[in-house]
Ligand binder design. Structure first.
Ligand SMILES: [Zn+2]
Length: 288
């Protein structure tokens, strides 16, 4: 199993690669299915389920923003050359949706069915929802590569087991926090809040690149004050200024909560989610 991050290609752009000329170098090499994924959480699941039988290309480079992933010629070429594409339709990456609508590869796994809060794509922050994606990916890989169908199904079962264990850690650690308010700069934690009985107050909205208006900030400050929350959580990768300013104004703490989108080398889904749980236990107002 290997990854071919597109960082170099994305930075170099079309001038170096031509329209499709560099896909041989940056795309899939080696054995197995060529699988294109559009964000880190989808890569994590595909890696766990596909194991040594897949070569994954993540179209969001390490540290990149998966919101609004641009359909560059390189991205489009990788999508079209893939044996299997794992993506999330419905507005987070409209450029990818368009590219797939124009020329769909043979096997496409769309995670959209797991994201049912209106306009909120961040389903992977609920480990139970992410566990369900494992079975869908196993089916997609098996369609393209029936010889290894049993292995894909078994790997999806193992992944489900580990994600449901993570869910149990969350459920028991956050049980004393039911009803507490989770204040987050990037409004990414709706599914997590739903799963563990938290209320959310968002500051910047669903897309971290969109700055909140002064009116939105004033409303958020009021909501936080009324809720009795004692921490404003902000995203490590994004500028913490808005969250910090709000926290300072209200005289409460700020802490990092990772939306598991802009992931650096060495960071993993389980590792980031356990760090998030520790931050929530410290920062939420819980009983006992
Ligand atoms: Zn996000």
């Amino acid at each position: 199993m290997s990854r071919f991050p597109l960082r170099t290609v994305a930075l170099a752009g079309a001038a170096v690669c031509g329209l499709t000329g560099c896909t041989g170098a940056g795309g899939a090499e080696g054995d197995g299915l060529r699988v294109a994924v559009t964000s880190y959480p989808l890569e994590y699941v595909t890696e766990q389920v596909g194991g040594e039988h897949v070569t994954i290309t993540n179209l969001t480079p390490p540290g990149g923003d998966s919101h609004g992933l641009e359909p560059t010629p390189q991205v489009v070429a990788t999508l079209h050359e893939a044996d299997v594409v794992v993506h999330l339709s419905g507005g987070m990456q409209p450029g990818v949706d368009d590219a797939l609508a124009q020329q769909s590869p043979g096997h496409v796994v769309d995670a959209a069915g797991l994201a049912d809060l209106p306009t909120d794509p961040h389903f992977w922050l609920d480990p139970v929802r992410l566990a369900a994606l494992g079975g869908d990916v196993a089916n997609g890989l098996a369609d393209a590569d029936p010889d290894h169908a049993v292995e894909y199904a078994q790997a999806a079962d193992r992944l489900e087991g580990s994600l449901l264990a993570l869910d149990q850690e969350y459920a028991s650690a956050l049980a004393p926090c039911r009803g507490a308010t989770l204040v987050a700069s990037h409004e990414a934690f709706g599914y997590l809040a739903d799963r563990y009985g938290l209320r959310t107050v968002g500051i910047t909205g669903l897309d971290p690149a969109v700055e909140p208006t002064p009116t939105r900030l004033r409303r958020a400050a009021e909501e936080v004050r009324e809720s009795g929350a004692r921490t404003v959580f902000f995203e490590a990768a994004a500028g913490p200024d808005v969250a910090r300013t709000l926290a300072d104004e209200l005289g409460i703490a700020s802490a990092v909560l990772h939306p598991v989108e802009k992931v650096q080398e060495g960071e993993t889904y389980p590792g980031l989610m356990r760090a998030n749980l520790a931050a929530l236990e410290r920062g939420l107002v819980c009983e006992g």
